[in-house]
Design a protein around this ligand. Structure first.
Ligand SMILES: [Zn+2]
Length: 588
């Protein structure tokens, strides 16, 4: 954790947890806290709270909680040092340059920097080719024909790769080593391994940038009927297809602000949608979405409208992506554009033919994914039992992926109605398959953690916060062993130990020492709206605990007597019983 005097501690002291979490979650002020929809579990009403003073967060639904670093670690799925760095960057705290540990690492960093440099150079080259060569002129005509005019060409960095076969190679060769050029993916080596040539020839080029806007690859479309129609950069040390979303660098701010994203298949679609004035669009650049891409998108929003191509491959891709998105707690809608004439419409074609307004309208009306899936299932033959079974088998895996039980139940009713299946039968099937994948079923929040009793809650709050008397309180609790046997015993133990320390210990550190279940209770208590405690109140709470202790002993004595009425030591037990009864009476 954040050690005293460390960079992490400095960051923690300077960072504003509300601001950092506010970049991921839309927070609203609510009393002394801020609340919002929990990014770690699907929910419709906010149970996620951030405490600006204590600098902690806590979700009353799923129980996740901690400090600003644990939030970022969970959110970005990164280790502690990385979380410290991210928080520092978000708060404008200069990060000390990490020492490059090994010569290999230094070499790798240099290689990556060189590859980025090559891509910048190649991008400028492709743009020049489009602007000022005879071949480029033909390419421009093609782009014009697709509605891509100068403004769009400049905005999306569209270029042209000439047909010669080694034009780019000759341009790059004086500056870069052959090995590096091949690694970059823009230059290929023939099978014999002797001859180098341009990977992209006679193609329109689209630069593909990573999240921070650096060009790391190219996507290229054939000008005529050459195959393949689309040819992209291969994977390289700076480019991994499944880790990148096209246009995210430009879309991320709007995605975060509007809290949803439109997901399309290819860069042509993304460009068309962005040009229609919808900035929050990203493309997966491949038929199916990979898990890392979903995690990447999940940093900006958990709501997405999937608008893939309506062909069979697109449908399959939509369905595969849906499954993954649902597993990752996304709220998903599906836009399946209507055919234009006898042509199935992708976003690019639809916007060109029908205009941006029609697209925006379709977007607004796009149904939740289950409706989309039910519509797909209804296209199957439902006149026979086997047909219905097939339709159900098609739907079931998606329904199972809905983390929220109530929602799942709602959809079961809907599916039963729409497919005309007997509802109890459907539910039985659903329950059975749910049981078979038990390990993936999340525990409902209401089943986790019984709330600690009011007196315990108040005392815990005082131990954590009442600077005037929490030390005295810790001593009294310790002397009488008053907290033993309480549900919150371990929370008390940690707080009492902290109460005896010289320096005040922040709540997050105490929380970090506790087991998950105890930490949840502790954080919940810290988030309660509560009045300033007084010593009088503390005393009355102590008294209640003392009373409880006597009552418990009395019950125990009574049980012993009843268990063995003629045993030895009965006299002592009876005497003790009378003594305890007297003590209780004296306490009123
Ligand atoms: Zn939660």
């Amino acid at each position: 954790m954040a050690e005293a005097g460390s960079f992490a501690e400095r960051v923690k002291n300077q960072a504003d947890i509300v601001r950092v979490i506010g970049e991921y979650v839309r927070l609203k002020k609510s009393g002394q806290n801020f609340t919002g929809l929990c990014p770690f579990h699907g929910e419709k009403t906010p149970s996620f709270a951030v405490h600006p003073v204590k600098q902690i967060f806590h979700c009353f639904g799923c129980g996740k909680g901690g400090d600003v670093f644990s939030f970022v670690m969970e959110m970005e799925k990164c280790p502690f040092p990385e979380a410290v760095k991210i928080v520092a960057e978000k708060c404008g705290i200069p990060v000390p340059r990490p020492k490059e540990r090994t010569p290999e690492e230094r070499k790798e960093n240099q290689q990556r920097a060189a590859l980025i440099e090559i891509h910048r150079e190649v991008q400028a080259f492709f743009v020049r080719q489009l602007e000022s060569t005879a071949e480029g002129k033909a390419a421009r005509a093609y782009l014009e024909d697709r509605g891509l005019h100068a403004e769009a060409i400049a905005r999306f960095g569209i270029g042209y790769a000439p047909s010669g076969g080694d034009v780019l190679l000759r341009h790059l060769k004086p500056k870069y080593a052959e090995k590096l050029l091949v690694e970059s993916g823009v230059i290929s080596r023939d099978q014999s391994g002797t001859r180098l040539f341009d990977r992209f020839r006679k193609r329109i080029t689209f630069p593909i940038a990573n999240e921070s806007g650096k060009i790391v690859a190219f996507g290229c479309r054939a000008l005529g009927d050459e195959m393949p129609k689309y040819l992209n950069s291969p994977e390289s040390p700076i480019y991994s297809k499944s880790n990148l979303l096209y246009h995210l660098d430009r879309a991320k701010e709007t995605i975060r602000r509007q809290d949803f994203a439109i997901l399309v298949e290819g860069y042509m679609d993304a460009i068309a949608v962005a040009r229609a004035g919808i900035a929050n669009v990203v493309a997966s650049c491949g038929t199916s979405l990979a898990e890392p891409q979903i995690k990447l998108l999940g940093r900006f929003t958990k709501r997405v409208i999937v608008n893939y191509d309506p062909d069979v491959a697109g449908q399959a891709a939509t369905e595969r992506s849906l499954a993954l998105l649902l597993e990752n707690d996304f709220e998903v809608k599906v836009l399946a554009l209507p055919a234009i004439g006898n042509k199935k419409a992708d976003p690019d074609l639809f916007i060109r033919e029908k205009g941006a307004d029609a697209y925006i309208k379709a977007l607004k009306e796009s149904p939740p994914y289950v409706d989309y899936l039910i519509a797909r299932a209804r296209q199957m033959d439902l006149t026979t039992g086997e047909g219905k079974q097939r339709a159900l088998n098609f739907l079931m895996p998606y329904v199972q992926k809905i983390p929220n039980q109530l929602l799942r139940s709602e959809w079961a009713t809907r599916i039963a109605q729409q497919l005309r299946i007997d509802e109890p039968v459907l539910r039985a099937a659903l329950n059975k398959s749910a049981a078979e994948r038990r390990s993936e079923v999340k525990v409902a929040p209401q089943l986790v953690g019984k709330p600690a009793k009011q007196i315990e809650r108040r005392l815990i709050r005082m131990l954590a916060e009442a600077e005037g008397f929490n030390r005295e309180l810790a001593q009294r609790l310790q002397q009488g062993r008053l907290y033993e046997g309480l549900e919150t015993e371990r929370v008390f133990a940690a707080l009492i130990a902290a109460g005896f320390s010289e320096e005040p210990i922040p709540a997050t550190e105490i929380g970090a020492q506790l087991e998950e279940r105890d930490r949840r209770v502790f954080f919940e208590i810290l988030f309660e709206d509560a009045q300033e405690p007084t010593w009088e109140e503390a005393e009355s709470c102590l008294e209640a605990l003392r009373r409880r202790q006597i009552e418990q002993e009395l019950a125990k004595v009574q049980r012993t007597i009843e268990a063995n009425p003629s045993g030895t030591g009965l006299r002592e037990l009876l005497e003790r019983k009378q003594e305890l009864i007297k003590q209780l009476a004296a306490r009123g």
